[in-house]
Design a protein around this ligand. Structure first.
Ligand SMILES: CC(C)(COP(=O)(O)OP(=O)(O)OC[C@H]1O[C@@H](n2cnc3c(N)ncnc32)[C@H](O)[C@@H]1OP(=O)(O)O)[C@@H](O)C(=O)NCCC(=O)NCCS
Length: 153
């Protein structure tokens, strides 16, 4: 159950939370699809990106995602919730907070490459497919988007 003390946070590149973000991504996003771990030195181009997370009651990072770009259309990526916290609405709450944050920063639309296994999750959050399925890092994906300023979609 999500309690009042669990919370949304922006993650500063290079911080202790950022190191937790890398661990989450390596263990629960990259490893399950056969990708080797990355380290901070491999991620220098992510200095420009926004990193977001969800903390549990002890202040430990249990979910994360990043946003690339700063204009009307931004890209969401690296979305992962730690297995013990999946199916408890953590992913939904994290994306809702990121959407609010990005609207306040001038974004009108979020796009992403969804793993097919997560397509239903994004559909629940009112993301729509665009184009055909394609393969990325050996895994089937579909491109999806949500217009943030549309109240009915
Ligand atoms: C996909 C993922 C981010 C979902 O996060 P989560 O916190 O478990 O999801 P939530 O509990 O917030 O689910 C919100 C809704 O989506 C549904 N949902 C969650 N995962 C789903 C999935 N894989 N397929 C279909 N529906 C899903 C839930 O049932 C829930 O529906 P409801 O509102 O009707 O009850 C998480 O399972 C995860 O990290 N998976 C491994 C990494 C991954 O696949 N990342 C995405 C890469 S594109």
């Amino acid at each position: 159950m999500i309690t009042a003390t669990q919370k949304f946070t922006e993650i500063k590149f290079g911080s202790g939370l950022f190191l937790q973000e890398i661990r989450l991504r390596n263990k629960f996003l990259r490893q399950p699809i056969g990708l080797g771990p990355v380290q901070i030195g491999d991620l220098q181009d992510e200095k420009e990106h926004r990193h977001f997370g969800w903390l549990n009651d002890e202040g430990k990072l249990i979910a994360c995602a990043i946003v690339v770009g700063s204009g009307d259309i931004v890209q969401l990526g690296q979305m992962v919730v730690a297995p013990n916290y999946q199916n408890k609405k953590v992913g939904k709450k994290l994306i809702c907070k990121i959407e609010d944050f990005m609207v306040n920063n001038g974004a009108a639309r979020i796009e992403l490459n969804a793993q097919i296994s997560a397509q239903g999750f994004y559909q629940k959050l009112r993301y729509q497919e665009m184009g055909e399925e394609f393969e990325l890092v050996g895994v089937p994906h579909i491109r999806m988007f949500r217009n943030l300023l549309c109240s009915t979609c």
